[in-house]
Design a protein around this ligand. Structure first.
Ligand SMILES: Nc1ncnc2c1ncn2[C@@H]1O[C@H](COP(=O)(O)OP(=O)(O)OP(=O)(O)O)[C@@H](O)[C@H]1O
Length: 363
C-alpha cells in the first residue's frame, strides 16, 4: 500500500501543501512546533476519520479558517483510491472514497491500515486500562469488521444498562435482562477475539523488543478479563444489586486490561524511559506485523520523533529495522538530521526529505 500524494488545506498550522511522496522513506525535519506531527496527523486522519491528537474536529481547522480539506491518493494492490475529507466549522465532516460519500464513517476504517508510533503512546503504559483496550480494539477493528460492530453494539448495551442502574425510578428486572443478554453475547465474541489476538501478538512483540534491546531484557503481556473464570451473564446477575448502588456496570469486557511486564514487574513501575520507549515501539511494530499479515499488504508506518531517549545501540537497531524491507512506506519526523542521515546511509532505496517551517513544507 502506498500514499502517493497528499493535499492539505487549512489543517492545523498547515495552510496549504501539495506533497508527493517517495514509495519508500519520507522524512520531515524541522524545529519544535513547526508542523511535522501535524502532517503525520493529516495522514492518520485519512485512515481513521479522526485526528490522533485532538478528537474535537473543529479544533483541527487552522485557527481563523472556516473549513479544512485533506485529500490523499493511494495505491492499494493494483487499485487507486482517492480519499477526501472536508470539515467545516459547526458541520458534520464529509468523507469520500473515489468521489462517493460514505454513509457511515465506520465503513472506511480498515481500508487504509496505518501504524503510528508517537510520543503520546506513553499513555499506553502510564495511562488507565481504557488506553490499552483502545490499542487492542484499534488493531482488531482494522482487520475484523464484525469485531467493530460487536464493540459498538456492546457499548450501546452498556450505556443502556448504566442508564437503568442510575435511574431514580424503580427499574423492572426484565429490562436489565435485555441489556445484560446483549452485553453477554457481544462481550463473549469480543473476549474470544481479544484472547486470540493477544496469544498471537505476544511472540511477535517479544521478538521486536529483543531485537532492539539486543536480547537482554525479559518482557511480556498478560490479558486480564472477568470472562476468564465464569460466564459473564452469571456475574452480571450476581452483582446487579451492587451495580445499582454504584450506578454503573462493574462486570464486562469494558473492564479488561493488558498487563505490561518487564521481568516480573509492571513496566510502568520499574521501566526506565528508554525501556518504556523500546516497549512502546515494539508494541507498535508488532501491530504493524499483525496488520500486514491480516491485510496481506504493508500498512503505512508513521514514526513521530522515535529516537528521543534511546541509547545509540537501540537507535542503530531501529535504523537497521526500518531501512530493511520488512516495512513498506515510512513517514518519519525528527528535529535534526543526525539520525536521519544515519538512516539514509543504510538505505538502499531512495528517500524524500521535507523541511517543515511554521507550517510551510518544502522538499
Ligand atoms: N488548529 C490549529 N490552527 C493553527 N495552529 C495549530 C492548530 N492546532 C495546532 N496548531 C499548532 O501546530 C503546532 C504544533 O505542530 P506539531 O505538533 O506538528 O509540531 P512538531 O513540528 O511536530 O514539533 P515537535 O518537534 O515539538 O514535536 C503548534 O504551534 C500548534 O499551536
Amino acid at each position: 500500500m502506498r500514499l502517493n500524494s497528499l493535499s492539505i488545506l487549512n489543517y492545523k498550522n498547515i495552510r496549504e501543501a501539495e506533497l508527493v511522496f517517495s514509495p519508500n522513506i519520507n522524512c520531515f525535519i524541522g524545529n519544535n512546533g513547526m508542523g511535522k506531527t501535524n502532517i503525520l496527523d493529516a495522514i492518520y486522519f485519512l485512515s481513521f476519520c479522526k485526528s490522533h491528537s485532538n478528537s474535537i474536529d473543529s479544533q483541527n481547522i487552522l485557527h481563523g479558517a472556516e473549513f479544512c480539506l485533506l485529500q490523499g491518493k493511494y495505491t492499494l494492490g493494483d487499485q487507486t483510491e482517492d480519499i477526501y475529507c472536508g470539515m467545516k466549522m459547526r458541520q458534520k465532516k464529509q468523507f469520500k472514497r473515489n468521489k462517493k460519500e460514505y454513509e457511515r464513517l465506520s465503513d472506511h476504517i480498515g481500508l487504509l491500515p496505518l501504524v503510528l508510533v508517537s510520543p503520546d503512546d506513553s499513555e499506553l503504559i502510564q495511562g488507565g486500562s481504557e488506553e490499552r483496550r483502545k490499542f487492542i480494539d484499534g488493531v482488531i477493528s482494522q482487520y475484523n469488521k464484525t469485531y467493530l460492530n460487536n464493540l459498538l453494539q456492546y457499548n450501546n448495551a452498556l450505556k443502556q444498562r448504566n442508564a437503568l442502574l442510575k435511574s431514580e425510578k424503580p427499574v423492572d428486572d426484565s429490562l436489565l435482562d435485555i441489556w445484560e443478554e446483549q452485553m453477554a453475547a457481544f462481550g463473549n465474541y469480543i473476549y474470544e477475539q481479544r484472547k486470540l489476538f493477544i496469544d498471537e501478538f505476544i511472540p511477535v512483540f517479544q521478538n521486536y523488543y529483543s531485537y532492539i534491546s539486543v536480547g537482554n531484557e525479559q518482557i511480556s503481556l498478560s490479558y486480564h478479563s472477568q470472562h476468564h473464570d465464569r460466564d459473564i451473564k452469571t456475574k452480571m446477575l450476581a452483582t446487579r444489586d451492587r451495580d445499582r448502588i454504584l450506578g454503573y456496570s462493574t462486570q464486562g469486557i469494558h473492564k479488561d486490561d493488558l498487563e505490561m511486564l518487564l521481568g516480573d514487574y509492571p513496566i510502568k513501575r520499574v521501566g526506565s524511559q528508554g525501556q518504556n520507549k523500546t516497549y512502546l515501539i515494539s508494541l507498535k511494530l508488532a501491530q504493524f506485523d499483525f496488520l500486514k499479515r491480516t491485510h496481506n499488504l504493508s500498512p503505512l508506518l508513521l514514526l513521530d520523533d522515535i529516537f528521543d531517549k534511546l541509547d545509540s545501540v537501540r537507535v542503530k537497531k531501529i535504523i537497521e529495522l526500518v531501512s530493511g524491507d520488512t516495512f513498506g512506506q515510512i513517514f518519519i519526523t525528527d528535529t535534526n538530521r543526525e539520525h536521519l542521515d544515519l538512516l539514509l546511509l543504510q538505505l538502499e532505496q531512495d528517500a524524500t526529505i521535507f523541511t517543515v517551517e511554521n507550517g510551510e513544507i518544502s522538499c
